[in-house]
Design a protein around this ligand. Structure first.
Ligand SMILES: Cc1cc2nc3c(=O)[nH]c(=O)nc-3n(C[C@H](O)[C@H](O)[C@H](O)COP(=O)(O)O)c2cc1C
Length: 197
């Protein structure tokens, strides 16, 4: 490998979430999105089930996603009386602030060779690979799980069956920032115990 452990650590620790509020109206090159997806495909996967599935929205596709999610939100929340016009407006507008949006799906192995949680975690590894790739290119993006993510009725729009899961969306855009954001974590020592003999 041509990268050093120091370079790998630098990328991992400087991977950041950047939100549509800091995106400008430039478009991310499709080739960068392809590189993200390709790296996503190299996530670890128990029994090589490769459960990650992605639908990429760009151009007019973003308006289609906006219409779909806002309409579904209205349908579901009008039925249970929780409709909120502000949330509806946000679902209509947010996609249009992005260059691309990648819907993140987990496709259940037909033979159920591994527990479901392992398919979800493998897909999360794929998303981490995409996150790292976006940061390496200086592209803004984050994994969001709001909106219609956990609506059963949303699955088929993204090519998912009832046994599959929609795990959210990766929002992408060109950042209008003068400085790459700093991260914040509590020390790893608070989360680890060692057993040595
Ligand atoms: C599974 C998952 C779901 C997330 N969902 C949201 C979300 O719905 N809204 C949001 O603002 N950030 C979401 N995030 C991003 C986190 O807020 C972000 O990773 C955290 O603030 C740390 O910032 P960093 O990624 O720049 O280190 C999600 C992250 C993960 C891993």
């Amino acid at each position: 490998m041509s990268i050093t452990p120091k370079q790998a650590s630098e990328l991992i620790q400087n991977r950041r979430s950047l939100y549509p509020a800091v995106f400008n109206d430039e478009t991310v090159d499709d080739a960068i999105v392809e590189a993200m997806l390709e790296n996503g495909n190299w996530a670890p996967t128990h029994r090589l089930t490769e459960p990650w599935r992605f639908v990429v929205f760009s151009g007019e596709g973003l308006q289609k996603l906006a219409n779909f999610q806002a309409d579904l939100y209205r349908k579901v929340t009008e039925a249970d009386g929780s409709f909120d016009q502000k949330k509806y407006d946000k679902l209509q507008k947010k996609p249009l602030l992005c260059s691309h949006i990648i819907a993140i799906g987990m496709k259940r192995d037909p033979k159920e060779r591994v527990p479901e949680i392992e398919e979800v975690t493998a897909t999360a590894c794929a998303v981490q690979n995409m996150y790292l790739t976006a940061s390496a290119y200086g592209i803004g993006g984050y994994w969001g799980t709001g909106g219609v993510t956990y609506y059963e009725e949303a699955k088929s729009f993204f090519g998912l069956a009832p046994e599959d899961k929609l795990l959210g969306f990766f929002y992408l855009g060109m950042p209008k920032i003068s400085k790459w954001p700093e991260g914040r974590r509590n020390p790893i020592s608070e989360k680890v115990s060692w057993v040595k003999g």
